[in-house]
Design a protein around this ligand. Structure first.
Ligand SMILES: [Zn+2]
Length: 182
């Protein structure tokens, strides 16, 4: 797990190092325990949290400010002093909640939605235009898209937005599988 403040978004870095300095000057022996996390690290921590062996709350993968460099965790000695440190953090505009006292977050982070709502028309424009698209899949999609919008996983939505011609059939198959499972 990366514990370098340099992995955080640039806007957060000066505030983070200031907080470490302030806590250090107050004799609280601050220690950064987590900064930016990979998706896999978040998954591992989340599994531990689900298993009941985590000391502090852990967000599901894809939902944590850590994965986007918007948060760091810091412990101090004694731990009760975290509330005082938090006051300094909040006064500077930072986000902090007593439910996760070691977690210091930059304001404005909103996790990506887990699902995206797309219109059938937009999907049709992506898949129905190009050549070499599997017509059977396309026909299946047409029969499934009876409503004007469909909710699909955000990852799939992003893949479709960034689709290259060679990816279309694979994405179309994923989309049809998803839509027919509803
Ligand atoms: Zn945290």
């Amino acid at each position: 797990m990366g514990a370098s403040l340099g992995s955080l978004i640039p806007e957060l870095q000066p505030f983070a190092s200031d907080l470490v300095t302030v806590a250090g000057r107050a004799g609280l022996q601050p220690r950064i325990t987590s900064t930016r996390r990979t998706h896999a690290e978040q998954q591992r921590l989340y599994n531990r949290y689900l298993a009941g062996t985590a000391q502090f709350p852990v967000a599901p993968p894809g939902r944590s400010a850590h994965e986007f460099g918007y948060a760091f965790d810091m412990v101090v000695t004694p731990m009760e002093a975290l509330e005082d440190v938090a006051q300094v953090w909040q006064a500077a505009g930072g986000v902090w909640h007593a439910s996760d006292p070691i977690h210091f977050e930059y304001p404005g982070f909103t996790p990506e939605p887990q699902f995206a709502t797309v219109s059938a028309g937009d999907l049709w424009r992506v898949f129905a235009g190009p050549e070499n698209v599997d017509m059977n899949l396309l026909e299946t999609l047409a029969t499934v898209l009876v409503t004007s919008t469909i909710s699909i996983p955000y990852e799939m939505f992003r893949s479709i937005l960034n689709a290259k011609p060679g990816d279309l059939n694979r994405l179309l198959r994923e989309l049809v599988n998803w839509a027919t499972r509803l």
